[in-house]
Design a protein around this ligand. Structure first.
Ligand code: CA
Ligand code: CA
Length: 217
């Protein structure tokens, strides 16, 4: 899906063969999903039929598995619908991950300018809430980028600019955060911070680098 989207972002012509190819691909995926949905419904009926023969715990376990599968299918449908809309309207370069959209900007600006720019684009500097989201961001970024985390207000109290909440997930390497009151804004850093993979680093908010905006539908 990421491959399709990156190709889409490089060709904004609604009439291009690439867009038609994407639409065809999405239609095929949609058909497959409908078949899986149909099978899932049949499974539901079968489970109800054998319910009386099984122990209650087994039924609960199977239902829980089925609910998980149906949830994944709803997410897939959501992404397919988004891609269909996008291929028909030829939007911008926002990328979709788990129901949120992300825009990667590599223009070098201060944290505050990055914050304002994300707001003007209808989003906010990225809020990284889980290991999955963090891993995805690291797999996509091409350079150091600002995210929305900061301790500008109170030293050591890290908060997300989008909603002023604290951190439930963090990805500090062992030597970060490092610089107390001199570094109050957070970025993804690699070689410059002495690491061979991206991790969080507190940095002077006046430094200039790219940034990641995030938004929800
Ligand atoms: Ca600080
Ligand atoms: Ca630091």
């Amino acid at each position: 899906m990421k491959k399709i989207m990156s190709e889409d972002s490089s060709d904004t012509s609604c009439n291009s063969p690439l867009v038609w190819m994407m639409i065809k691909h999405l239609d095929r995926t949609d058909t497959k999903l409908n078949k899986v949905q149909s099978l899932s419904n049949q499974n539901h009926i079968a489970i109800n039929n054998i319910k009386g023969k099984l122990e209650k715990e087994e039924v609960t376990e199977i239902k829980s598995l089925l609910n998980g599968i149906q949830k994944k299918m709803r997410n897939m449908q959501f992404e397919i619908d988004y891609l269909k809309r996008r291929s028909s309207t030829c939007h911008d370069d926002w990328m979709l991950f788990s129901g949120h959209y992300y825009l990667f900007v590599y223009k070098k600006v201060t944290w505050n300018i990055a914050k304002i720019d994300c707001q003007q684009k209808g989003g906010y500097l990225a809020k990284v809430e889980s290991g999955a989201e963090n891993s995805w961001l690291i797999s996509v970024i091409k350079d150091e980028v600002w995210i929305g985390l900061n301790d500008i207000q109170t030293e050591g109290q890290w908060k997300w600019i989008s909603d002023d909440t604290g951190i439930s997930f963090s990805y500090w390497p062992s030597n970060q955060p490092s610089s107390k009151r001199r570094e109050n804004c957070v970025q993804y850093c690699k070689e410059r911070c002495g690491m061979n993979a991206y991790g969080w680093n507190d940095e002077s908010c006046g430094s200039r680098m790219g940034y990641v905006c995030e938004k929800q539908l």
